[in-house]
Each structure stands twice: as structure tokens, then as C-alpha cells.
Ligand binder design. Structure first.
Ligand code: MGD
Ligand code: MGD
Ligand code: SF4
Ligand code: MO
Length: 726
């Protein structure tokens, strides 16, 4: 029957494009989507969506999206059958490992893996089957400090408390811009309204950021801070809490181990000292601390701006200390632990740090992964143990990791590469074989990770909207096929587990998790959750606000929170020396826009149209000093590279700071995404530095990169534009 004579239908699901997990309502006929709107009956997102949700339609229909496996040949890309592609992929991996040893193959996992139920629930076995120590992921350009803090303090890397935004009266946001990002390491749909509700109840929202961001614009207070100096501010806040006798660990006191020692460490780190370095006056710092200490139900939250900088781990630790020192952990309106319906924590590794070190730079692993800043050198520097092959899954490190140009050089020289991805992007174009999984609307979805980080306990299951075409595969099925070809389990137990997993599929595994979870059928046979029961609740179920759960929730053996000040504060020496080495260069930071999603939604016209958003923001005083006018092309250079980009002069950025969004730069050769190449932009990660890392955690320092900036003369500019358009 043609689509036009079929009745219109409604499908409810969760948008899986970002961490906010909004409920959406899709109207469609056959395979034609008519509209995607917010699901007003979703108890959590309450009808909220952002412009990206509608791009799910573009993604589904995109003719540039890869649907059949591709092989790179001397005549270009060739479609091949699944069997041939999987055989060749496994053969290539085996060849590299036979010639150079198992560790010559590396793996890189990108961000969308955590938004993919099948990958999360079924993926581990495949990655074990590659049998390499050289594992990398986007974690080390992102939330790695959160994991290390949780692993040390609470005994599990995923035991991450989140702000109880619906009940707090005072929220201090440092280096996060939830109005653009829709929240991160804090699943919070409809965040604008939730922040405004704090204000309506008489509370206060404070933003500390080198940009007056979209979030800062609706906040009660905003302070510009010099990039990379937050640790000085945070130490000064803790120092003031002590000096003003505002320390009250309250109900936490009996759960803490090592807290007493903290006072000694923060002694000399006064607001006066932090003022010059951060650009925030001593009086303001004191006021920030005192107001926080005296507020009703305050909470302090920090995200990318403080995680992905030279002192990322120290910053995240200090933020936790502020919450603990004021008794705000595990308290209503403070930082609270979640109680998700499907709890993965017992099934996942708790974490370990420094069990191994990278070959070239001796950087520590965390939880079996090396910092991705080391990936390029591990490929390029010759010697024993050099990486010669790579498997990437749902990632684009050429655009998303520091010094992307260097990484691309490495990718060009690999002996063999496989990419599991449905786009030919700046990274996957280097692969020999691309294995494309189905797109989000063709698979079932349950947010395993983001329900663990949600500011309210809720659960929602989405069946697939469209059936995948015969022969097409889910990510997890691709993994299983590769595993079968690489290292099928030999012992009986392995064989049984594999068979069982295959027959259960993600739905079956999820069903077990839900049934055995805290709201499951096992506890409450009549009303408890199972996957089927959850599916019937098309708008999802509300499981209530976050509840205090100390000490049971802890994974430490003694059920105490281990502050371990010795481990974290050993970094104070490095911080001390950074204060003396301040440069007078401009400092580069990132920027997110509500219509982007890292590097991969730029092939949706509705998301890229309009005014160029890949611009360099700079302050009008800097512009004047450097002779730059609004809209002019400028050259921005760092140790690693130079990009030519349009200047956007604005006073929403701090003096001395330049901001360029990441994920752009689709002007590389060999790309095939039509719309993206028309809206190429520049890759800020050609400027960020693989050598600039937070050495305590191994996380990349993508914010605070020293750069120089020169305007391009008008004549030169038109020559450049001409060359660019040839
Ligand atoms: N629209 C959109 N949404 C997204 C994404 C996207 O690409 N687009 N990506 C998703 C992903 S993967 C993530 S991890 C989250 C990230 O979520 P957020 O962390 O909320 O996102 P950012 O916009 O990067 O916010 C970081 C803020 O830190 C500021 N900053 C930079 N350097 C410093 C510094 O040294 N100190 C301080 N105090 N602030 C600093 C920046 O100006 C910026 O406002 O967003 C997710 N949501
Ligand atoms: N300078 C700077 N750099 C940054 C950041 C920054 O703030 N500043 N942010 C960092 C952050 S927070 C992150 S998370 C990283 C992201 O870095 P990456 O994860 O490396 O890159 P993405 O752009 O998210 O690329 C995702 C890829 O996954 C594919 N994909 C999407 N869905 C699926 C799926 O279901 N299955 C498969 N197999 N593939 C899929 C897409 O086609 C795309 O190619 O970027 C980081 N880079
Ligand atoms: S905020 Fe995130 S989850 Fe919500 S509609 Fe936008 S992309 Fe989807
Ligand atoms: Mo991220």
C-alpha cells in the first residue's frame, strides 16, 4: 500500500540525541514522518524538546547516511555484502595482530555509544575479543574527572551524584552551559524552566564562566573567570568557608574519612590570592562562599569548562568538597545519588587508575583506557608496541580530540582500520571497511546511562519505530559477528553466555535489569517493572524525586566516603607553579550551540542553515587592540596549527579570551556529506594541543589553550576566499 493511503499513526519515544532524554511524539504514515513534537505527558520532560529532535527525521531519511558496508578501494568506496565486510574486517584485525602483536590494534569509542542501549548492554564482549590494552574513548576529552572523583570517594566510577535542581534554592554553575547543552552529567530536560523555577521560589542561580552564556543571561549573577583558573577560585571558596566558620558537614559527618585534613591544605589559598589570577575580586569570592555557606539548600555543579582543562580533576574534587563541607551531599536540593530502575553498577567495573601506562608518554590508564590525547603519538612514534590498526565505534576523533591534524596523519598511516558508523566523516574516511549500524529510529531504546544521572527517578522504554531493512544490523549485532570471527569463546561457559546473550538481545537484558532493579517485579510482583510493563506506559513512569541513600549506596568496603586529600592535593604544587607561568596570549575556549551535537548532525539542513555559527568570539577591546572588525576573517594560531575563521566581536566574552565551537571542519578531502560540506566551518581541535593535559587524570585540556590572533587584510581575505572556493 502506498504511504498516502495508510492511516496516520503516533509513536511515543525518548529522543536519544543528548543527555536530556526528552519524551517525543512522532506522527507518521508508513515510513514518512510528519512531525516530531515534545510529549506533553512525559512526566520528566513535560513537552520540552530542542531543535535537534526534529533532525531525527533528517537522520533517518538522509541519503548520505551509509546503509550498506563499504570498502575503500583504489577506485574509491565500494559497497560490499555484510558477510564479505565482516570477514574482511576480522581478517584485517587478525593480520595486524599477527604481524605486530595484539596491542598493535587499538579501539576508540565515541560519545553516541552511551546513547545506544544495545551497545551498552551487549558491547563489552566484543571489546574483550579485540584483546588489546590500547583502548581509548571520548571519556578523556570529557567527563573523566567525574569518574575518578566518584571512584575514589564513593568506590565506583559511575556512582556520580547530580544536582537536585528541582529542590535547590541556590545553584552555582561553574563551566557548564545547560541552556545550550541541555545539561550534562545531570540529565535534566526542560532545564531553562527548572532554573527559572529556582528563581521563582526565591532562590538564586549563579554562573561562573569566561563567557556570558545563554545560561548566564538568565542567571541572577554571572562572574567572568579567566580560563583554567577555577581551582584557585574553588580553593578560595573552601578557605573562606573555613575562615567564616561555615563548615557544617551535618548528616555526613559520620560517613566521612579524611575530611579533617582538608583544612590544612587550603590554608594559604585565600580569596586575595585567587583574585588576580581568576579575575574575580576577593570581595566577590568571599561573597560567593558566604552566600553559599548561608543559603538554604545550595548546590555547586561544574561541567565541561572545569573538567576539560589543565586542572580538571582537582576542580571536580574541589566542587565535591564544597558540597560535602556544607553538608549538601545526599541532602534534598543538594547533590544527590539516583536510584535508577535499571541499575548497571553491579555489572560494571568500579574503576582503577594507573594499572598501566601509555608507551610513549607514560600516561596512566583509567578503567582500562588510555587518554585519547596519546592516541596519535602511539600511532606515529615508531617502536615496539606501536599502534598499527584501529577500530572506531561511533566516534570522530579527527574532529573531536586535540591536535586532530596530527591524529589524521596517524590515521593515514595505519595498516588497517575498521569503523562502525553510519557516516563517512573526517575519521571514518580513513577506514578500510565501514560497517554501518541502523539509525536511532530503527532500534529500541532505554536510557541505561542517563537514567543513572537524572535529576528525578523516571523510566521510559521506546520500541523501534521502523523495522530495519532485511540484512541491516544493530551495533550489537555487528559486534557479535566480529567477535565470532575473531575469538569465539572456547570454553563451555563462554559459549553458553554468548548464546544466552544473543537470544536475549538488549530487550531481554534490559528486562532482567528492570525486574531485578529497585522498582522491579521481583520485589513487587503485581505492580513492579518489567520491560513489557514499562512499554505499556508509553509516556514513561515517574519514580519520584531523588532520595537520601547514604551509606548503603556507597561501594567502598567500609561504607565511608574517602576524601583522600593526599591523592588530590598533591596537584597543588603543579597549581602553584601554573600561577607563575601565566602567559599574555589570548586563551581559547569552546562553545556549544543548541543546534549542534558534537561533530555529527551537520548534515541536517534545518540545523546548519542561517548565520554562520562557527565563528571566533572575541571581546571588543581585544578586537580594537588587534585591529579586528566584526565579520572579518582572522587567523588563529597555536602550537599545533592555524585556522582561518570569521571573527564575531561581542562583549559576552571576557577580555583576553577567544571562543570557537568544536565539531566543525568538514572541509577535509574525501567527505561525502553534501550539506555538511556546504557548512564546513573550521575544526577548533586543529588548535587544541595533545600535549596539554590534566596530568593528574590524563584528561585533555581543551579549554585555556594559548593562541595568537591576527586579522587578515581585506585583499588577502578575498584571495583566501577565492582559493577556498576553487
Ligand atoms: N547543543 C548541544 N548540546 C550538547 C552537545 C553539543 O555538542 N551541542 N554535546 C553534548 C555533550 S557530549 C556534552 S559533554 C555536554 C557538555 O555540556 P556543558 O558542559 O554544559 O557544555 P558547554 O557548552 O561545553 O559548557 C562549558 C562551559 O564552560 C565554559 N568554560 C570554558 N572554559 C572554562 C573555564 O576554564 N572555566 C569555567 N568556569 N568555564 C569555562 C564555556 O564558556 C562553556 O560555557 O553537552 C551535550 N549537549
Ligand atoms: N575542542 C573541543 N573538543 C571537544 C569537546 C569540546 O567541548 N571542545 N567536547 C568533547 C566531548 S564532550 C565529546 S563527547 C566528544 C565527542 O567526540 P566523538 O564521540 O569522537 O565524536 P562525535 O562527533 O560525537 O561523533 C559521533 C559519531 O558517531 C556516529 N554515530 C551516531 N550514532 C551512532 C550509533 O548509534 N552507532 C554508531 N556506530 N555510530 C553512531 C556519528 O555518525 C558520528 O560519526 O568531543 C569532544 N571534543
Ligand atoms: S534536548 Fe536533547 S533529548 Fe531533548 S530533544 Fe533536544 S536533543 Fe533530544
Ligand atoms: Mo561529551
Amino acid at each position: 500500500m502506498p504511504d498516502s493511503v495508510l492511516p496516520e499513526q503516533i509513536h511515543y519515544r525518548t529522543c536519544n540525541l543528548c543527555e536530556a532524554v526528552c519524551g517525543i511524539k512522532i506522527t507518521y504514515t508508513g515510513t514518512e514522518i510528519h512531525s516530531i513534537k515534545g510529549d506533553k505527558e512525559d512526566p520528566f520532560s513535560r513537552g520540552h524538546i530542542c531543535p535537534k529532535a526534529i533532525a531525527l527525521k533528517d537522520l533517518y531519511q538522509d541519503s548520505d547516511r551509509i546503509r550498506k558496508p563499504l570498502e575503500r578501494t583504489s577506485d574509491g568506496w565500494k559497497e560490499i555484502s555484510w558477510d564479505e565486510a565482516l570477514d574482511k574486517a576480522a581478517e584485517g584485525i587478525r593480520r595486524v595482530q599477527k604481524a605486530h602483536g595484539n596491542n598493535a590494534m587499538a579501539t576508540y569509542l565515541g560519545n553516541p555509544n552511551v546513547h545506544n542501549t544495545g551497545s551498552l548492554l551487549m558491547g563489552r564482549h566484543f571489546f574483550n575479543a579485540v584483546r588489546t590494552r590500547n583502548r581509548f574513548s571520548a571519556t578523556s576529552v570529557d567527563q573523566l574527572p567525574h569518574h575518578i572523583v566518584s571512584w575514589k570517594l564513593f568506590g565506583h566510577q559511575l556512582k556520580i551524584p547530580v544536582p537536585d535542581i528541582d529542590r535547590t534554592e541556590h545553584m552555582m554553575i561553574i563551566g557548564g552551559n545547560p541552556l545550550a547543552s541541555n545539561g550534562s552529567v545531570m540529565t535534566v530536560p526542560d532545564v531553562k524552566k527548572r532554573l527559572q523555577d529556582i528563581q521563582k521560589r526565591g532562590g538564586k542561580v549563579i554562573v561562573i564562566d569566561p563567557r556570558k552564556t545563554e545560561t548566564a543571561q538568565i542567571a541572577d549573577e554571572h562572574h567572568f573567570i579567566k580560563p583554567g583558573t577555577d581551582a584557585f577560585l574553588l580553593l578560595a571558596i573552601i578557605n573562606t568557608l573555613f575562615s567564616e566558620q561555615l563548615i557544617d558537614t551535618a548528616h555526613l559527618t559520620s560517613h566521612l574519612k579524611g575530611f579533617q585534613k582538608i583544612k590544612n591544605y587550603v590554608g594559604g589559598w585565600t580569596p586575595e590570592r585567587a583574585a588576580d589570577i581568576t579575575g574575580i575580586s576577593a570581595a566577590s569570592i568571599k561573597q560567593l562562599a558566604i552566600e553559599f555557606g548561608k543559603a538554604e539548600k545550595p548546590v555547586c555543579y561544574g561541567r565541561m569548562g572545569v573538567s576539560v582543562q589543565e586542572f580538571g580533576l582537582l576542580c571536580q574534587y574541589l566542587i565535591m568538597v564544597i558540597n560535602i563541607a556544607t553538608g549538601r551531599l545526599d541532602a534534598e536540593g543538594g547533590l544527590m545519588f539516583t536510584k535508577p530502575a535499571a541499575d548497571l553498577l553491579k555489572q560494571t567495573g568500579r574503576g582503577h587508575l594507573g594499572k598501566g601506562f601509555s608507551r610513549v608518554r607514560n600516561l596512566p590508564e583509567f578503567n582500562g583506557e588510555f587518554p585519547v590525547s596519546a592516541l596519535a603519538e602511539e600511532i606515529l612514534v615508531e617502536g615496539d608496541g606501536q599502534i598499527k590498526g584501529l577500530v572506531t565505534v561511533a566516534g570522530n576523533p579527527a574532529l573531536s580530540t586535540p591536535n586532530g591534524t596530527q591524529l589524521e596523519k596517524g590515521l593515514e598511516g595505519l595498516e588497517f582500520m575498521v569503523a562502525i558508523d553510519f557516516y563517512l566523516n573526517e575519521t571514518t574516511k580513513h577506514a578500510n571497511i565501514i560497517l554501518p549500524p541502523v539509525s536511532p529510529l530503527e532500534r529500541e531504546h532505554y536510557d541505561v546511562i542517563f537514567n543513572m544521572l537524572a535529576v528525578r527517578n523516571t523510566a521510559r522504554y521506546s520500541p523501534a519505530l521502523f523495522e530495519k531493512a532485511p540484512g541491516e544490523k544493530h551495533d550489537w549485532q555487528i559486534y557479535q559477528e566480529l567477535e565470532k570471527r575473531l575469538h569465539p569463546p572456547r570454553n563451555l561457559q563462554g559459549k553458553i553466555t554468548n548464546k544466552l546473550l544473543k537470544s536475549l538481545g538488549p530487550d531481554g537484558v534490559l528486562d532482567m535489569l528492570l525486574k531485578t532493579g529497585p522498582y522491579g517485579m521481583l520485589r513487587n510482583p503485581l505492580k513492579g517493572l518489567s520491560r513489557k510493563r514499562l512499554q505499556k506506559q508509553v509516556h514513561g513512569v515517574d519514580l519520584g524525586p531523588l532520595t537520601p541513600c547514604l551509606p548503603e549506596t556507597l561501594f567502598t568496603k567500609d561504607k565511608l566516603i574517602h576524601l583522600e586529600p593526599e591523592f588530590f592535593f598533591k596537584d597543588l604544587e603543579r597549581l602553584e607553579s601554573s600561577a607563575n607561568s601565566q602567559s599574555d596570549k589570548l586563551l581559547l575556549i569552546g562553545r556549544r550551540d543548541v543546534r549542534t551535537n558534537n561533530s555529527w548532525l551537520h548534515n541536517s539542513r534545518r540545523l546548519v542553515k542561517g548565520k554562520n555559527r562557527c565563528t571566533a568570539h572575541l571581546h571588543s577591546d581585544d578586537a580594537q587592540r588587534l585591529g579586528v572588525t566584526n565579520g572579518q576573517q582572522i587567523e588563529v594560531s597555536s602550537r599545533t596549527g592555524t585556522v582561518v575563521i570569521e571573527a564575531e566581536v561581542t562583549d559576552t566574552i571576557m577580555q583576553g579570551v577567544v571562543s570557537i565551537p568544536h565539531g566543525w571542519g568538514h572541509n577535509r578531502k574525501g567527505m561525502r556529506m553534501a550539506i555538511a560540506s556546504d557548512h564546513a566551518g573550521q575544526s577548533v581541535n586543529d588548535l587544541t594541543d595533545d600535549q596539554a593535559i590534566d596530568s593528574l587524570s590524563g584528561n585533555a585540556a581543551l579549554n585555556g589553550v594559548p593562541v595568537t590572533l591576527t586579522p587578515i587584510e581585506k585583499q588577502q581575505e578575498s584571495d583566501q576566499l577565492k582559493t577556498a572556493s576553487v
